[in-house]
Design a protein around this ligand. Structure first.
Ligand SMILES: N[C@@H](CCC(=O)N[C@@H](CS)C(=O)NCC(=O)O)C(=O)O
Length: 242
């Protein structure tokens, strides 16, 4: 298939882009995976952030170059690729709405809270981190419960076997995997069988694993992320089981 050149520009982290990288890879779509290094003082980023042809109208990453188009904003990029590369046409109107709803909840209620937690100490001076970590875990667990319910009502996991993997499928997988890494043994899908099946049997799981093996990276660009995760795991260790 001939299509415009595709370049996805993001930091060298999973963050907001790994699900898009994995989806493009799993679907065999050629793209340039351009990663801005997480160097001291974000020097590489500082050097490019005035070049809006590269960093987009809001000076934030990710951005997608699709031929001459420059597409900013994670959810907009996902929606654009979903339509442009044929998935929207392959789903009916109801499944498209469900797909977009999953993208939205993954972004607002899974990705953002995890990112805020990992960055909390750096962004919010004086924050009570142990409490914030526990309340974030509780809120994320509630979100997983409602996603479990929706996937069950929608028979979404059976659908996974009937159609090519979608962007929302990839977004949800990466967010589950990030939660597993951040919360360690406090992350469990034991009471969420649909999500457990989704996570275990996900069609792009191997693609995610291979991508991480080839280009290992942090969850976010936070300096000292490994130590922050160890702290978080300590804070939630005694929290009530979810
Ligand atoms: N609303 C944007 C947020 C993008 C965003 O905040 N990106 C961060 C990295 S995860 C960024 O570019 N930070 C650099 C800066 O703000 O200077 C989206 O959903 O894509």
């Amino acid at each position: 298939v001939s299509r415009p050149d595709i370049c996805l520009r993001y930091f060298d982290a999973r963050g907001r882009a790994q699900f898009i990288r994995a989806w493009l890879t799993a679907r065999g779509i050629d793209f340039q995976d351009e990663r801005v290094p997480l160097d001291e003082g974000f020097a590489s980023w500082q050097a490019m952030r005035d070049d809006r042809a590269r960093v987009g109208p809001f000076r934030r990453l990710p951005v997608l170059h699709y031929g001459d188009e420059l597409v900013p904003e994670t959810i907009v990029i996902a929606g654009f690729l979903h339509r442009e590369l044929g998935d929207a046409a392959a789903l009916d109107a109801r499944d498209n709405r469900r797909h977009d709803a999953l993208l939205s909840i993954c972004n607002s209620d899974l990705l953002v809270p995890i990112g805020m937690l990992l960055w909390a100490e750096m962004l919010m001076t004086g924050i009570d981190l142990p409490t914030f970590a526990r309340t974030t875990l509780t809120r994320l667990c509630r979100t997983l419960d409602v996603v479990e319910e929706a996937l069950t009502d929608w028979d979404w996991v059976a659908g996974l076997r009937r159609r090519p993997v979608t962007l929302a499928d990839c977004f949800l997988w990466d967010e589950l995997d990030k939660q597993r890494l951040v919360f360690g043994s406090r992350f469990s899908l034991a009471t969420r069988p649909r999500l457990a099946a989704f996570y275990e049997q996900h069609p792009a799981r191997k693609t995610f694993e291979d991508l991480l093996a080839t280009r290992p990276c942090q969850l976010t660009g936070r300096p000292g992320e490994a130590a922050a995760i160890a702290d978080i795991q300590g804070f939630v260790a005694d929290a009530e089981a979810a």
